[in-house]
Write a protein that binds this ligand. Structure first.
Ligand SMILES: Cc1ncc(COP(=O)(O)O)c(C=O)c1O
Length: 445
């Protein structure tokens, strides 16, 4: 039986749901990443490092809610805070105490976050950050990293997937109509050429300090410093999208660890404690351009901040409980997660190489992604490298299914550890990867 037949045999209830779903949603899902062939797994309950699906199978989860759940599924502190918030009514559409407390906690943790606004998703956060950059500078062009995913907004759905050029599909303006051009991640020389082409017209640059969906590749410090210098020279706004990296490696941002301060930062995922939250904020003078109450001249304020559900009390409570828990756990918690992450990255590389499949595990701390290397390829530094040197389609198809058959749910060949992923879980995950490597050898033979 091949891996896909085994998968079908193990997941009939998910298959039946998917059949109904494909008649209701394009591709059967409401987020492209959640749909895959032959059908996705449908969880029913989740707790700690595991979920149980509608067929009654339990999986070790590496996806952890799009990397949002650093304390594990249904973490007790967050659950309590959410239950209390529900008791108090879950949607007021008015400011609340928790919103102020959360903003104060975030400001204490994130350098340069003088003022901020909360919305419900990361997509909104990056969209508004870019609008603020254009509004503040009065300039049109936004530069983003090739391979960088900032959500599916009209502003930033450009050069996300290979060949890293132009709009990601129909329905979007062309890149030049939109005023977006890609930079070569981690390549100062090539990026400088793009900057030169737009001198005098650059509103802002948006990048992740570690590229996320594009491959879990940390930025080189010199690349971030180069972006900082370009923005300083141009009077442009440097935006770091820390929606994956914020609170993932430390109780704060990755840019802070790397010693570069942006003008604006976007946060989400962990910062929302596993409920819906997007944050955009930074230098007061930039944020104040959006102040609808400020006395001003003839100009109008930058319009940001719609959102029926923004600052809903439940998200505020989950976020605060998570930040408090992370603060309390301190550096030792992140050190332990990083140790387990490193063990996983090295372990997966060793076990795949023992099975005769060369892979490179990218990532940092508790994040990892496994890339199946093409013959003779090594050294992944950018999304362009990944496109040229790896077999991404196998990673996302066969590897995902082989791992699921062995009780591990991985996306992009890896995922995120949480507090609930202890040494025993890491060992079990490594065993599943070892088994999956053998399955892949047979599958690809
Ligand atoms: C770096 C980054 N920015 C923005 C987003 C968009 O966030 P959301 O999915 O909450 O809209 C994501 C989502 O994966 C992301 O990884």
């Amino acid at each position: 039986m091949n891996i896909f037949e085994t998968y079908r045999r193990l997941t009939p209830a998910s298959e039946a749901l998917h059949r109904r779903a494909t008649d209701l949603f394009p591709g059967g899902v409401s987020h492209n990443l959640r749909g895959y062939s032959p059908h996705p797994i449908y969880p029913r309950t989740a707790s700690g490092a595991r979920f149980t699906d509608v067929d009654g199978r339990t999986y070790l989860d590496l996806w952890m809610g799009h990397y949002a759940l650093i304390l594990g599924h249904a973490a007790p502190e967050v659950k309590r805070a959410v239950a209390d918030a529900l008791e108090a009514g879950w949607h007021w559409g008015m400011p609340g105490e928790a919103q102020v407390a959360l903003a104060e906690a975030l400001r204490a943790a994130v350098p340069g976050l003088e003022e901020m606004r909360f919305c419900s998703t990361g997509t909104e956060a990056t969209m508004y950050a870019v609008r603020l950059a254009r509004g503040f500078t009065g300039k049109p062009w936004v530069l983003k990293a090739a391979g960088g995913w900032h959500g599916a907004s009209t502003d930033l759905s450009f050069a996300v997937k290979p060949p890293f050029a132009g709009a990601e599909g129909p329905g979007l303006l062309t890149a030049s109509e939109q005023g977006v051009d890609p930079l070569a991640f981690n390549d100062v020389e090539a990026s400088l050429r793009v900057v030169e082409a737009h001198r005098g017209r650059i509103a802002g640059i948006i990048v992740e300090p570690m590229i996320g969906a594009g491959g879990f590749l940390p930025a080189k410090p010199e690349f971030l410093r180069f972006l900082r210098e370009v923005c300083d020279d141009e009077g442009a706004v440097l935006i770091f999208d820390e929606i994956i990296t914020g609170f993932r490696f430390r109780c704060g941002t990755l840019a802070d660890e790397m010693g570069v301060t942006p003008d604006l930062t976007t946060l989400g995922k962990i910062a929302g404690g596993g409920l819906s939250l997007g944050v955009y904020g930074g230098r007061r003078e930039i944020m104040e351009t959006a102040n609808p109450l400020a006395a001003r001249g003839p100009g109008r304020p930058v319009l940001v901040g719609g959102g029926t559900f923004s600052c809903n009390p439940v998200s505020m409570a989950a976020a605060l409980a998570t930040l408090e828990a992370l603060e309390e756990r301190g550096e030792a918690f992140y050190g332990e997660l990083a140790r387990r992450g490193e063990r996983l990255r090295r372990g997966v590389e060793e076990r795949f190489s023992a099975a005769g499949i060369p892979v490179e595990c990218t990532g940092k701390g508790s994040l990892f992604m496994t890339h199946l290397l093409r013959e003779g390829a090594r050294g992944l530094e950018s999304p362009a490298d990944i496109a040229a040197k790896t077999r991404g389609e196998i990673k996302d198809r066969e590897l995902r299914i082989a791992l699921a058959n062995r009780g591990v749910f991985a996306v992009h060949g890896g995922g995120a550890l949480s507090e609930a992923h202890g040494d025993a879980e890491v060992e079990a995950i490594l065993d599943a990867y070892e088994g999956a490597a053998g399955d892949l050898m047979r599958e690809l033979a």
